[in-house]
Design a protein around this ligand. Structure first.
Ligand code: GSH
Length: 224
């Protein structure tokens, strides 16, 4: 299998963290062909990364590679293909908590920060658009205060998909949100701040954070 992605992409980081934590070694990491030319939709119709290429015959029967889009769908597919160690949580209630935190990381944090990115340049910024997305991000990060526990990880002491979503999401809160002239929301949230401190000690989290930092440095230097 091949994972098309990029170092700075938080959605790619989410899947890479899952791959590292599960100890999967037979998936290669590749740059998406034609991504910056707007041609990656020839490989994966949504044109976004990450995308997981799993074979040469598409499930639909159409010609071309068989490619799975959307980080959450990829994450679920990997859990089915590599069930051990499970990153879904144990028991129905804990799995629902893992999914709740995962959706906060993906839908409320990553997605809204991502949609606000065009509002970074002050000269062309529409403050109403920025504020709309920031309000939804704030809703999510406030709710996290209720759902995060005191264990080493987002849910208990073992890594789950909740951590794979939160680590890149909180990286964006810390490094990207301030570029919108909005304060990093983490320090003002005690549980979120304590979790962010703790999880950065985890080697799989630290590895994707280092990759995203590398991607951000490349982007800021105009190399990516
Ligand atoms: N919902 C998608 C979001 C993926 C996404 O937005 N990826 C960004 C890079 S982090 C991308 O490919 N952007 C290019 C574009 O939107 O055209 C997922 O979970 O995989």
């Amino acid at each position: 299998m091949k994972l098309y992605g990029g170092d700075l992409s938080p959605y790619t980081a989410k899947v890479r963290m899952q791959i590292y934590a599960k100890g999967i070694t037979d998936i290669s990491f590749e740059r998406p062909p034609g991504f910056f030319q707007g041609e990656f939709n020839k490989t994966s119709p949504l044109g976004r990364i990450p995308a997981l290429a799993i074979g040469t015959t598409a499930a639909t029967g159409h010609a071309g590679e068989d490619v799975i889009p959307e980080s959450e769908v990829i994450a679920e597919y990997l859990e089915e293909c590599y069930p051990t160690p499970s990153m879904l949580g144990s028991g129905a209630r804990q799995r629902a908590l893992v999914r709740t935190i995962s959706r906060i990381g993906d839908v409320y944090l990553m997605n809204n920060i991502f949609m606000a990115l065009p509002q970074i340049p002050r000269a062309t910024r529409n403050e109403a658009i920025r504020d709309l997305f920031v309000a939804q991000m704030t809703r999510g990060i406030n709710a996290l205060e209720h759902y995060l526990g005191d264990g080493h990880c987002a849910v208990g002491d073992a890594l789950t998909l909740a951590d794979c979503n939160l680590v890149p999401a909180l990286f964006l809160c810390e490094h990207v949100v301030p570029t919108l002239d909005v304060p990093n929301p983490i320090p003002a949230r005690p549980r979120g701040a304590a979790y962010w401190q703790r999880i950065q000690q985890n080697p799989h989290a630290a590895r994707v954070i280092a990759e995203m930092q590398h991607g951000l440095a490349e982007r800021r230097a105009g190399r990516a």
